[in-house]
Design a binder for this molecule. Structure first.
Ligand SMILES: *Cc1c(COP(=O)(O)O)cnc(C)c1O
Length: 397
């Protein structure tokens, strides 16, 4: 029945997942996989988490959807949890990461519009960025492979090399509205912006009245060891987009901002039918509670130590197969010297699911409640992969 699907994806033909439990997935053919992809940083507490399943089914038996024509207490409660624990004072809910970034883009542009500077529409982003697959978010990331065939012109987005402050200064004009970045780039290579660079960028934005937008769709909600990635730095953004982990597997997105910026988005400026529905927000509220539960962030920090140590040890053991370890917290990239696809497939054949990332890296996104033995299991499988690659090609030894 695959022929009826638009061919936008290429999943492995013979792997059909039927159910999951914690960090593991199970297939129709009876195979078990250790899942260090987590639905691309979505299943924050693994698969079929009983606490999340309970909240979802309780809400499902009460009320799923009413639309934003009516007040949604679950959305108001989630907005309060997010703002109580961040710089944020106003939240707009969406259904996905791209929509959360889209809301951030519209909010930044409308802020300047409402301040009497309608010419300020341009947004500067960074090379290797990823912000989603809608027209505007593709235009923002300026990845040729994603743009070709879809629009003409730059749609008011500029791009500069990673951490190039001089290039930013040269690109800023009186039309610049905002600077957009992922505090830890995900798809483009699992690279974290340095604290020093972000501080300089914040100063520059303040001097020029430019808004700073952090796309935390992948790196937010506990993944870095803090609730939000910006909290691992000395820099606070003006607008932040969230999604992926926020729903623990249920689709939800959010655009978070200050009252000064958020309140310019008056009635009628933006909207969505599904965004902020009771089901998604009930689950999202539980996810935030679970990330903030006593010991959970500390657990993420200590599992970070274990995972980074194991991967660096592996790299030391196989220097012709693995290189630098990058990223932050439980969002980790490792450079591969052979093609990363080879490692991804070898790992999958041996029961470990990992993702790829730019710069020929493999990417690890284990659930936030991963255990030390599970990390050890993953790195043991990777070791077997390395031994297998050496068996096939002795020059890798
Ligand atoms: C995944 C991702 C998006 C897009 O999210 P979707 O839910 O796929 O629309 C945006 N920004 C970042 C940083 C992401 O990782």
């Amino acid at each position: 029945m695959r022929e009826e699907m638009m061919p936008t994806y290429a999943p492995p033909e013979h792997m059909v997942v039927t159910h999951g439990k914690g960090s593991y997935l199970f297939t129709a053919a009876g195979k078990k996989y250790l899942d260090f992809v987590s639905g691309i940083a979505v299943n924050a507490f693994g698969h079929a988490n009983p606490e999340l399943a309970q909240v979802l089914s309780d809400q499902a038996s009460k009320l799923w959807h009413t639309s934003n024509m009516f007040r949604i207490p679950q959305a108001e409660a989630l907005a309060k949890k997010i703002t109580d624990n961040s710089f944020g004072e106003r939240v707009f809910f969406a259904n996905s990461g791209a929509e959360a970034v889209e809301a951030a883009i519209k909010t930044a542009r409308y802020y300047h519009h409402s301040k009497g500077q309608p010419e300020r529409k341009r947004i500067i982003g960074f090379e290797s960025a990823f912000h989603g697959r809608t027209i505007a978010t593709v235009a923002a990331a300026r990845n040729k492979a994603h743009m070709t065939g879809f629009f003409n012109g730059d749609l008011d987005f500029d791009q500069v090399p990673f951490e190039d402050l001089q290039a930013i200064e040269n690109t800023i004009t009186t039309q610049t509205a905002a600077i957009l970045l992922e505090p830890v780039q995900g798809e483009g290579g699992v690279r974290a912006f340095s604290n020093e660079f972000l501080k300089k960028l914040r100063t520059l934005c303040n001097d020029k009245g430019i808004l700073l937008i952090f796309d935390e769709v992948q790196c937010g909600v506990g993944r870095t060891g803090k609730l939000f990635a910006y909290q691992t730095t000395d820099t606070t953004p003006d607008i932040m987009s969230l999604a992926k982990g926020l729903g623990g597997g249920f689709p939800i997105g959010a655009c978070v901002t200050t009252a000064e910026v958020g309140d310019t988005m008056h009635f009628g400026t933006h909207g969505t039918t599904f965004g902020g529905n009771p089901l998604a927000c009930a689950v999202g509220g539980k996810v935030i509670d679970m990330v903030l539960a006593p010991g959970q962030l500390e657990h993420i920090q200590s599992m970070t130590q274990v995972l980074w140590h194991e991967l660096k040890t592996l790299g030391g053991e196989f220097p012709k197969i693995f290189g630098e370890v990058t990223g932050k917290g439980l969002m980790v990239g490792m450079v591969c010297i052979p093609e990363n696809t080879q490692l991804l497939v070898a790992a999958r054949d041996r029961g470990l699911l990992i993702a790829k990332s730019g710069g020929n890296k493999i990417r690890f996104l284990p659930p936030l409640n991963v255990s030390a033995p599970e990390i050890k299991e993953a790195t043991t499988i990777l070791k077997h992969c390395a031994q297998y690659l050496i068996q096939e090609d002795a020059s890798l030894a």
